[in-house]
Design a protein around this ligand. Structure first.
Ligand code: FPP
Length: 229
């Protein structure tokens, strides 16, 4: 959800204004995804690296997160949205953890769409944790290293139980992955747009999905194997 800071600065406002306006885009993206039957939407809301931003911005973001989750909870519930998080949730402020925990509990039986907020998340953090878990199990004799497969790795990442993303959207003209779901996006289609996140609307998500639908996903095979003549 890149470009909040630049959006605000373009209007002579503080960066935090950009984050606040980004909430409308979150709502639009979620509604658009729900409308077309997307089952999982994962938003990179706060990275491990974002802790290094000025304290006032970090505090404002945490506060915005709490206020948004509390304010939107009833509507999330009505729309069949299940809330989920990935990342180092223990590192978040207490009120933030509590709000998230309550919202996750309240929406756990909803099954129309799962929205996952990546908070204090980075793919390398996740991969290091996974390596530690598997190494510990191997050292304890509960895991034979020779039996480790792709599935073993997936089962020990924070996204366990979620399908790998099919489409990754990055806003604001940046064309990088920036430590997001590195293992999981092995075969994801990437879609970049110059639109700054606070300007992101339903039609942008539809445009990304239409573009995705016109691509041929070969997973290393040749065209004829995907659509036999
Ligand atoms: C990146 O833009 C955006 C963030 C670090 C925060 C995104 C958070 C929100 C939109 C609020 C989320 C709320 C919920 C409920 C998910 P940037 O600040 O890096 O922008 P820049 O690249 O222009 O500096």
């Amino acid at each position: 959800m890149d470009g909040n800071g630049r959006w605000a600065e373009q209007q002579g406002e503080h960066r935090v204004m950009g984050h606040a306006n980004g909430v409308r885009s979150v709502r639009e993206a979620l509604l658009a995804a729900t409308e077309i039957g997307v089952e999982y939407l994962t938003l990179y809301a706060f990275s491990t690296e974002n802790w290094k931003r000025p304290t006032a911005e970090v505090e404002a973001l945490m506060d915005l997160l709490v206020r948004t989750v509390i304010g939107e909870l009833a509507e999330l519930h009505t729309n069949g949205v299940r809330l989920n998080t990935i990342g180092d949730i223990d590192s978040l402020p207490e009120n933030c953890r509590k709000t998230l925990q309550e919202a996750i509990e309240a929406t756990k039986n909803n099954d129309r769409i799962t929205i996952t907020l990546a908070l204090s998340y980075s793919a390398r953090w996740e991969i290091v944790n996974m390596a530690r878990k598997l190494a510990t199990m191997a050292a304890q004799g509960t895991l034979d290293p020779a039996t480790i497969t792709d599935a073993t790795i997936s089962e020990h990442l924070t996204t366990v139980g979620m399908p790998d993303p099919e489409l990754l959207i990055r806003t604001s003209g940046e064309q990088r992955v920036s430590n997001f779901l590195l293992w999981q996006i092995a075969y994801a289609e990437l879609w970049f747009t110059p639109v700054l996140w606070p300007d992101f609307r339903k039609e942008h998500l539809f445009q990304a999905v239409l573009d995705y639908q016109n691509r041929e996903r070969r997973f290393g095979l040749v065209s004829e194997q995907i659509t036999p003549r």
